[in-house]
Design a protein around this ligand. Structure first.
Ligand code: GCU
Length: 645
């Protein structure tokens, strides 16, 4: 029986039992299926019921669940391709003229039912944009656009018995409000990490209307905040797919070597569904491993066993086929096993000291520009890093796409992965902390089984201060709780000892990290190239240092003498002096020049030189190698010869 409560002009419906009908007026509803009872009074009980229904119904049938791991290993339907879009700078599709969220917004995907109906938008006659892809490089008029664009994708889907369905987004910059068939699935904040919603009970066989409001407006309390030295590419920047699973499925798992052990694998497996207390079997056929565990009532099982494995390393990036099987599901992954730890100022990979010959990379596509997202983009960028002689990359300043990490896994390139806690974040704002913590959670959740990732970085160039320290300490604690098998770092501050050219590294955050990262621009923002010859380095902590940024700018093909700014010769000059300075730092265990390839930046307007690009690349965005590239390449060759790794 449907029960209708009327307040003012609008009505809501809910199921009730016959005993409530006493005082109500009853009649058959329009399609003569249900008997409808109307009570016109406005008493408190019905008001509470109404608020409860309002709060619950929209989300009752769709929910954001924790990340589904390894979607590449599951049954998926890609929704990539052309999406219909509506550019909405004033968010007219979301707010009414009183700036109140409208219940009749563009997410309704409404169509005029009669010739007199007034509908002021129509996705199906609107322009399209490619997904994955930022909107800025797809249309000239959108290059500088910061605001809202609505995306629509229509799809059919044959529902299956005992199957569940999720929508998975690789990333959407910056805030995504997601709707299916007019229903709100939820909201995600953060432009560089994945999220998924369950739509099992919402999807229909034909003509599903998936609508996403993407807003990349910058905000002071956001992460990152208002100012960055990278382009604020907006849109559905990574893949979108339907993920089909059994009713109870292997939702997530963590299978890595136990901290400090090269024989013991330890971790966990998590099931999601009704049938949770299942037997879980982990198989690594090549290592003759088949181990079974029993999940608890929550579908969670700790796993631990010995294994005789070939360890993953840059020289031998060994990946094993690993499968996790339960009665109702089976998932396969390619996982490498290695240990990473520090001992004093040493970084040890599989127990052996290693020097991280790195380079920084922004997630920009070579040649075409815009956000990189494909395996091909990753192959080119990491291929150039290998050519430079790198065994390590710092993926700046936010989690890059999964193709990049999996390619690094395959190529044997170690990775520094970072969340965009960049420059001056609102440290005292609890929502900002929650946002940063959520991005950290999602970064680790997606990539915790990737051997390539050796360092989680919490921040870049953040100013000293108590609020900053407590903010970052909380993030570090959270990261260690989620994954104690990797090293924690951040690109930290340093300063000159009074009136000397000695750089002191004594950032209080150093107490809580495993590895130090420091950015320095001696020869570019700090003096002329030869100054590096007079700079000494000292550090308060007995920990390894990675010089996480250094470099200078020059457009490819811009030539002059070695003291003329913006020339390749000046950039080369900076690198030559940098390399000799770096060689003198006793606790240096890694270097990451800024940066592999020129990239777009809204902070770089110098026309004819920068043209809204940061030209500190060792390679231009058209793949042309600058003179400085070869300075670093020969330094890395020298290191390689010296260390045989
Ligand atoms: C900073 C910052 C980078 C920036 C670079 C530069 O150190 O971390 O994001 O691009 O310097 O000024 O080129």
């Amino acid at each position: 029986m449907l029960f209708l409560i009327r307040f003012g002009g609008r009505a809501w419906a809910a199921k009730t039992s016959s005993k409530d009908e006493g005082s109500a007026k009853c009649r058959k509803d329009s399609n003569r299926r249900n008997r409808v009872c109307v009570r016109t009074s406005g008493n408190m009980k019905s008001l509470v019921l109404l608020i409860f229904l309002l709060a619950v119904i929209p989300y009752a049938r769709a929910q954001q669940i924790e990340l589904i791991a390894n979607t590449d290993g599951r049954k998926v339907v890609s929704l990539d391709g052309q999406w219909k879009t509506i550019i909405d700078p004033y968010e007219s599709g979301y707010y009414d003229y009183r700036y109140q969220p409208s219940t009749n917004g563009y997410f309704k995907d409404a169509k005029p039912k009669t010739k007199s109906d007034l509908i002021e938008y129509d996705f199906d006659t609107s322009a399209s944009l490619n997904v994955p892809g930022d909107w800025n490089t797809q249309e000239e008029r959108l290059l500088f656009y910061e605001g809202t664009i609505w995306y629509k994708k229509a799809f059919d889907y044959q529902r299956k018995e005992n199957a569940r369905l999720f929508i998975y987004f690789g990333a959407a910059n910056y805030i995504a409000d997601v709707y299916l068939n007019g229903q709100k699935l939820g909201r995600h904040e953060g432009g560089f990490t994945p999220f998924n919603f369950e739509i099992t009970n919402l999807v229909r066989d034909a003509n599903n209307s998936l609508i996403v409001k993407v807003d990349n407006k910058r905000r002071r309390d956001a992460v990152p905040t208002l100012i960055t030295d990278w382009w604020n590419y907006g849109g559905l920047t990574r893949e979108v797919k339907l993920v089909e699973t059994p009713a109870t499925f292997v939702q997530d798992y963590f299978i890595q070597l136990q901290k400090g052990s090269r024989q013991r694998i330890s971790g966990w497996v998590k099931l999601n569904g009704a049938k949770l207390d299942q037997k879980i079997t982990v198989r690594i056929p090549e290592a003759k491993i088949s181990k079974s565990f029993t999940a608890d009532a929550k579908g969670y099982a700790e796993i631990s066993f010995n294994a005789d494995l070939t360890l993953w390393s840059p020289d031998n990036p060994k990946l094993y086929e690993v499968s996790i099987e339960v009665e109702t599901d089976r998932i396969q992954d390619q996982i490498g096993f290695r240990t990473i730890e520090t001992r004093g100022s040493e970084i040890l990979l599989n127990g052996q000291p290693i020097f991280l010959r790195g380079v920084c990379i922004h997630e920009e596509a070579p040649f075409r520009g815009g956000r990189a997202y494909s395996r091909e983009d990753a192959r080119i960028l990491l291929g150039w890093a290998k050519e430079l002689g790198s065994n390590f990359v710092r993926l700046a300043h936010y989690p890059h796409n999964e193709s990049m990490i999996r390619e690094a896994d395959r190529l044997g390139i170690m990775v520094w992965s970072e969340i965009p806690v960049y420059w001056t974040i609102l440290w005292e704002n609890p929502a900002t902390l929650e946002n940063a913590r959520n991005q950290l959670t999602e970064m680790i959740a997606r990539d915790r089984n990737r051997a390539a990732i050796i360092i989680w970085s919490m921040a870049n160039e953040t100013p000293l201060g108590d609020a900053r320290l407590s903010f970052l300490k909380k993030l570090i604690e959270h990261a260690r709780t989620m994954d104690n098998s990797r090293l924690i770092s951040a690109a930290m501050e340093r300063h000159y000892v009074d009136n000397t050219t000695t750089q002191m590294i004594d950032d209080p955050l150093g107490e809580y990290v495993d590895v130090f990262g420091c950015n320095e621009y001696v020869g570019w923002y700090d003096g002329l190239p030869e100054k590096a010859d007079r700079v000494e380095w000292t550090m308060k902590y007995q920990k390894p240092l990675i010089m996480s940024e250094f470099g200078a700018e020059a457009p490819y093909g811009h030539h002059g003498d070695s003291l003329t700014r913006w020339t390749e010769e000046y950039q080369q000059n900076v690198y030559q002096h940098q390399v000799s300075m770096l060689k003198r730092i006793p606790f240096l265990r890694g270097t990451c020049p800024w940066i592999l390839m020129d990239f777009r930046s809204p902070r770089r307007p110098l026309s004819g030189i920068q043209d809204f690009h940061n030209r500190k690349g060792l390679i231009s965005d058209r793949g042309e190698k600058k003179k400085a590239f070869y300075v670093m390449q020969s330094y890395y060759r020298e290191l390689q010869k010296g260390s045989q790794n």
